[in-house]
Write a protein of this length. Structure first.
Ligand code: GDP
Length: 514
């Protein structure tokens, strides 16, 4: 977020880990989450009154805490991630000991890996007669998850979600891994976090769960969330308790949103309502403009991102009809050499293209390639909605050729707009021989003399030109930073009104590096 300078984190303190439970259907994710919640001290004391708010906090007898995302499976994880939210620290991979590794187990591993989330394996259902935990270890080893006891670095815990056996041990291991990860946050900062869930309640209005990730959130705080904003009217935790404040890794249901935010939106506290409104408005505008120009995550777009340094590699999700063709495609792709850009298959599998493939592609800015396979209806809808590029091939040569062509496309220079800052018009001065000068306050970034600028009124761009004159008090200056007042003269333009926003930007031409 470039809307504000980062406050320094001077008071870093350990924070609870945020955990997601993933795995194949029916391997016991929901049962495991229930079992975990049963170990909750607070819950036992209160007689088990839980609220569904999208995440829950498990508190151990010694006071240590773990936050679990309530929705099991990787859908929640990747749909949050698709919005750019990085919320999970650890993934618990549930594998049923009587069933072993299944397709969604592999998918879950790939998703966790795509986002560098460390995995702990819970080998579940060990109470069942047919359970074979060693087989699970062997199968997962083949996928690169090698148990610690075999010299690898993946923690395996044999559990029964049904009987509760070894659940406490699993929690201990999660906390151990959390210690190793040195998860920290500064509770003294203004709160920042992510929207986990949101809904419109008939009585309460907009209700959203915020996972606080940095700082401490207080009742009364003013915030921006995605393209909306508000003031915290009330906060409730997952046990239904009213809170006055919530620190790092705490999920809280918040009342006081002006409008419905989306799961995955960022949430942050700002100094005052005016700032909140302005940031939300600027984001809305930006989003609209982006939507207008967006051609989706086409190959060209992805390469543009690579050029801009946002991506270091071309990520592909490859779905094929047979293992043989998957191997052949992997081989051919690895033969394409490029100095700057690595080609990485983040998920390669046999079968049709699913909605999960699309969400994973969206989340990691990848392209989906289908070889003799097709997307199902849900996947098609998701691809359109999320603007993910799905390319279908039946000839390997054509597939490889497309990737090569795209690499060459990178040699073209790309025009990129960079917003330098924005200022609000607070007064208009009519000056003879010069014209109308806008008395401004710089809201974000900086405004720069001779830079390009547009004038925005009620969300609509009504002028696009440049800043011709820039003064601080009576002095001509080169630039004026956020938080200062200045006088701006727009080139060949006089129709300025109080309340208008001047956005200052530049166009950069970037030459490809290949
Ligand atoms: P999910 O689809 O991964 O969320 O799986 P569920 O939690 O819904 O569990 C699927 C089935 O497996 C249910 O019938 C559970 O009762 C059962 N189950 C889950 N964990 C265990 C376990 O540890 N032992 C036994 N015997 N059954 C389990």
């Amino acid at each position: 977020d470039q809307e504000e300078e980062e406050e320094p984190s001077e008071n870093l303190q350990p924070r609870p880990p945020v955990v997601v439970v993933m795995g194949h259907v029916d391997h016991g994710k929901t049962t495991l989450l229930d079992a975990v919640r049963k170990t909750n001290v607070a819950e036992r004391e209160k007689g088990g009154i839980t609220q569904h708010i999208g995440a829950s906090v498990v508190e151990l007898p010694d006071g240590r805490k773990i936050t679990f995302l309530d929705t099991p499976g990787h859908e929640a994880f990747i749909s949050l991630r698709a919005r750019g939210a990085q919320v999970t620290d650890i993934a618990v991979l549930v594998v049923a000991a009587d069933d072993g590794v299944m397709p969604q187990t592999v998918e879950a591993i790939n998703h966790a890996r795509a986002f560098n989330v460390p995995i702990i394996v819970a080998v579940n259902k060990i109470d069942k007669p047919g359970a074979d935990p060693q087989r699970v270890r062997r199968e997962l080893s083949e996928l690169g998850l090698i148990p610690e006891e075999w010299g690898g670095d993946t923690i395996f815990v044999d559990v029964s979600a049904k009987t509760g056996q070894n659940i406490d041990q699993l929690l201990e291991y999660i906390l151990l891994l959390a210690d190793l990860l040195e998860l920290k946050a500064d509770p003294t900062k203004r709160a920042k976090g992510t929207i986990i869930e949101s809904k419109l309640d008939k009585q309460k209005g907009v209700v959203a769960t915020v996972l606080v990730q940095e700082g401490t959130l207080y009742v009364g705080d003013i915030f921006v969330a995605g393209t909306t904003y508000g003031r915290v009217r009330a906060m409730t935790d997952d046990k239904g308790r009213r809170l006055k404040s919530a620190g790092p890794s705490t999920p809280v249901e918040v009342l006081g949103f002006e409008d419905l935010p989306m799961a995955g939106d960022t949430f942050k506290v700002v100094p005052d309502e005016k700032t909140a409104r302005q940031i939300a408005e600027a984001r809305r505008l930006q989003k609209e403009q982006l939507e207008k120009v967006s051609r989706g995550l086409a190959l060209e777009e992805v390469f543009k991102k690579i050029q801009e340094g946002e991506l270091k590699e071309l990520k592909l999700i490859v779905k094929t009809d047979t293992v043989g063709s998957l191997e052949a495609i992997k081989k051919s792709l690895s033969d394409i050499h490029s100095q700057e850009v690595a080609i990485r298959i983040i998920h390669g599998d046999v079968g049709g293209i699913t909605e999960n493939d699309i969400m994973l592609a969206k989340a990691s800015s990848a392209i989906v390639i289908g070889f003799n396979t097709r997307p199902d209806v849900k996947a098609k809808e998701a691809a359109e909605r999320e603007k993910v590029d799905v390319r279908l091939y039946s000839i390997i040569y054509e597939l490889i050729d497309d990737v090569k062509k795209a690499l060459k496309g990178m040699l073209k220079p790309v025009e990129k707009e960079v917003v330098l800052g924005s200022a609000e018009v607070r007064a208009v001065f009519k000056i003879k021989s010069v014209g109308n000068v806008a008395g401004c306050y710089v809201l974000e970034g900086k405004v720069v003399r001779n830079a390009k600028a547009r004038l925005i009124r009620n969300g609509v761009v009504i002028y696009d030109g440049k800043i011709e004159g820039l003064k601080r008090f009576k002095e001509d200056v080169q630039e004026v930073a956020k938080g200062y007042e200045c006088g701006i003269k727009l080139k060949d333009y006089n129709d300025i009104k109080v309340g208008d926003v001047i956005e200052c930007y530049e166009i950069k031409l970037e030459q490809a590096q290949l």
